[in-house]
Design a protein around this ligand. Sequence first.
Ligand SMILES: *Cc1c(COP(=O)(O)O)cnc(C)c1O
Length: 385
Amino acid sequence: MNKIPPFDLSEQYKLIGEEINAAVLGVLASGHYIGGATVEQFEQQLANYIGTSDCVACNSGTDALYLALRALNIGPGDEVITTPFTFVATAEVVSAVGATPIFVDIEAHTFNLDPEQVEQAITERTRAILPVHLFGQPVDMTRLMAIAQHHNLTVIEDCAQSTGAVWAEQKVGSIGHVGCFSFYPTKNLGACGDGGAVTTNDPQVAATIRMLRDHGRRSGGYYHEAIGVNSRLDAIQAAILQIKLRYLDTWNSQRRTIADRYQQLLQHVPGIALPQEPANGRSVWNQYTLRILSTEPQPSASGQSTPGNRRDQVRQQLQQVGVSSMIYYPLPLHQQPIYKVHGQPSRSLLIAEQTAGEVLSLPMFPELSPDQQDQVVYSLKDLLA
Ligand SMILES: *Cc1c(COP(=O)(O)O)cnc(C)c1O
């Protein structure tokens, strides 16, 4: 039996390796390794693709979020409303700037934060809402922007898993005040190393981020007006990203084909719940994540997987027949050791907690073949029959 990985980056390199090699060698020969024309071209191309006036590249998706918060002057005393069901970086940066993440519960069918819960969590300290378009699935931005406008709040979109996703005819990252992207290799637009970017239609915010990402200076000289960081994008990564950006729509539509096929082949399988794409949105399927419905109360208070967890059993059995799946994410952030004390949730987040005990992400990458996908589906059906 062939082994099927959760993702496989080597297939993509086989496809465009020659182009990548030439671009990397070109940068090496140029002698310009940090900043410069290659990075600026990429920033312009990404701004055009997302549909914003400005884009500032930086060293990671985490830094993109951090720099955005800093540029928007969010800090001690401020509250930022976000989801507990995400990668830690989303909330970590809120804490890193001295503000407090306020976690609200998610919607069971999209895994994304619930706009109604957001509205209820707003206090006089709330400064911003930080939605995550999780697994490539866009948040209801129409509703969220209406809430933000009504309460005069800033919206920072975490687009790390959703480059190219669309809500109501607009790309995510162009709807809120800023969009934060990650080019971690397994993201939809992935570099061959770390990278990130912020998109915005506010030139002043863009200029502040440029200043902060380069030690708080504006012109590359030795005059520093703020405590900044060193978070620049390497020219080699920018050159690689320029190439990959040209393929992104093709890869995203291949992911869509695979997701549609999973939906079709798994639709009548008992004991699972499939992801639902919102009517107004187009997901880019960074992950194909379903629920293995639990029969017992979920999960244990420690967040540790319990021996009887059905999802964990299914995952193990899949592994035994060569199918690798992943758990994004096993423990919601409000239950993490770092947030048990600080940033106490004001209400229980039952859907996020239950979800963490049920989710399973099946193999998903543009080059996953129909044969491989059949093996995943038949193995899963076999186990659940
Ligand atoms: C990957 C990711 C990040 C962080 O991006 P890095 O480039 O790894 O720093 C932030 N938020 C979410 C939702 C992510 O998936």
